[in-house]
Design a protein around this ligand. Structure first.
Ligand code: AP5
Length: 211
């Protein structure tokens, strides 16, 4: 099963992708995580992406479609994937659909996590993430230790107020049209009210998926 997760920054896509991955037994593919790892490793892809990410802008579609091509044709994605933030523009939705068609697959479900802007800003301004495994935390100071892998918790550069404002703006202008695109292509977007405790949101998502 291939599931696309949509939603504004801070809506909980990463948090829910981990939960759904564990429940459904299919891997999570988070383009943000792949790009941050590339930046950390200083690869060509990472050098190309860094300045876009620091400002909260989208990296070019060609970079994202390159990542999706690598991942979706790999054996790890044979049973499907949960695509966390991997589709943020209409050309990315079109490119993914074409790429999947070539290997006899398609997007099966699209989930949209819905949260008010005030709550998004609140979540992002207090978030820390593990610099190793990327797990996000609320209410934990930078420099603390990750419970999952023992890595160090840090603040993300794009969680600074100016970058957060830009990310919300970019979401409205460039990513919202993706919702209509899926609707137009007979792929109804399943809207999840996501301003609720994490486990409640997971239950809502599983119900929407018919699980
Ligand atoms: P990415 O890392 O994907 O950032 P994002 O989409 O802005 O999403 P976030 O990670 O900020 O939020 P999230 O929705 O995953 O929420 P989370 O679970 O962490 O992308 C970063 C950058 O990479 C982009 O800006 C862009 O430059 C580039 N990029 C990536 N993909 C791209 C693409 N396809 N095209 C172009 N560029 C791309 O939760 C947030 C916080 O809230 C956490 O602290 C969490 O603990 C907490 N939380 C989660 N759920 C709840 C809840 N129910 N109640 C209370 N708190 C909660």
């Amino acid at each position: 099963m291939i599931i696309v997760l949509l939603g504004p920054p801070g809506a909980g896509k990463g948090t829910q992708a981990d939960k759904l991955s564990a429940k459904l037994g299919i891997p999570k593919v988070a383009t943000g995580d792949v790009l941050r790892a590339a930046v950390r490793d200083g690869t060509k892809r990472g050098r190309e992406a860094k300045s876009y990410m620091d400002r909260g802008d989208l990296v070019p579609d060609s970079v994202i479609l390159g990542i999706l091509q690598d991942v979706m044709t790999s054996p790890a994605a044979a049973k499907g994937a949960i695509l966390d933030g991997a589709v943020r523009t209409v050309p990315q939705a079109e490119g993914l659909a074409a790429m999947l068609k070539e290997i006899g697959k398609k997007v099966d479900k699209v989930l949209l996590f819905d949260v008010e802007d005030d709550e998004l800003v609140n979540r992002l301004s207090t978030r820390t993430v593990c610099e190793g495994c990327q797990t996000p935390y609320m209410g934990r100071e930078p420099g603390s230790t990750c419970e999952k892998c023992g890595g160090r918790l840090v603040r993300r550069k794009d969680d600074e107020p100016e970058a957060v404002r830009n990310r919300l703006d970019v979401y409205r202008k460039q990513t919202s049209p993706v919702i209509g695109w899926y609707g137009d292509h007979k792929m109804p977007v399943l809207r999840i009210e996501a301003d609720a405790p994490v486990d409640t949101v997971t239950s809502r998502a599983l119900k929407a998926l018919g699980k």
